[in-house]
Design a protein around this ligand. Structure first.
Ligand code: 6OG
Length: 163
């Protein structure tokens, strides 16, 4: 799949497409302990890969329901991120934020959800890129970013805020 970023004026090819969803309630954010897949053992938001013939938004709604049993609406697209791994894998991720949801967060085989104060997001337990863009989108900014990884280690990055 080819994607062009507004800010980097270049096309990039990605192996997989995925989504992340951050639900905000009062001054809290819904995070998960990821139990399987890429980033297993890390803290992240609900999300996962986009299936064929599904839009990014449909994937965001489906993954949030599957992983934490919450129905989300009014998703705001907040970031477009590209990840390139040394082993050749690459992933394009669209990130959504919402304050609109119904249900009570419940664990699934993929995730253990928990509400965290936004002021104390545990960045040390998350992917290394998160601290670079999550505070920006929580502040209402739109982010485009490209990140190069060797396994869990970020080697370099390019970020554009409100491109
Ligand atoms: P599944 O394996 O669950 O899809 N993901 C990342 N998230 C962040 N914040 N940083 C990264 O840096 C990530 N790499 C992948 C996107 C993978 C899920 O993991 C997220 C998807 O929600 C490298 O199907």
């Amino acid at each position: 799949m080819l994607f062009k970023t507004n800010s980097f004026k270049q096309y990039y090819q990605f192996k997989d497409l995925a989504v992340l969803v951050f639900i905000i309630k009062d001054q809290q954010i819904l995070l998960i302990n990821k139990l399987r897949g890429l980033g297993k053992g890390k803290i992240n938001g609900p999300g996962g890969k986009v299936e064929p013939h599904e839009s990014f938004e449909q994937a965001a709604i489906r993954e949030t329901l599957e992983e934490v049993h919450l129905s989300v609406t009014n998703l705001q697209e907040s970031a477009k991120l590209g990840f390139f791994f040394k082993d050749g894998y690459s992933l394009y991720v669209r990130v959504f934020i919402t304050t609109n949801f119904t249900g009570t967060a419940q664990a699934s085989p993929e995730a253990i959800p928990f509400w965290q104060e936004i002021q104390t997001i545990p960045y040390d337990a998350m992917w290394q890129d998160d601290v670079l863009w999550l505070p920006e989108i929580l502040a209402g900014n739109f982010v485009e970013g490209l990140f190069w990884f060797q396994e869990d280690n970020m080697l370099s990055h390019q970020i554009s805020i409100n491109p």
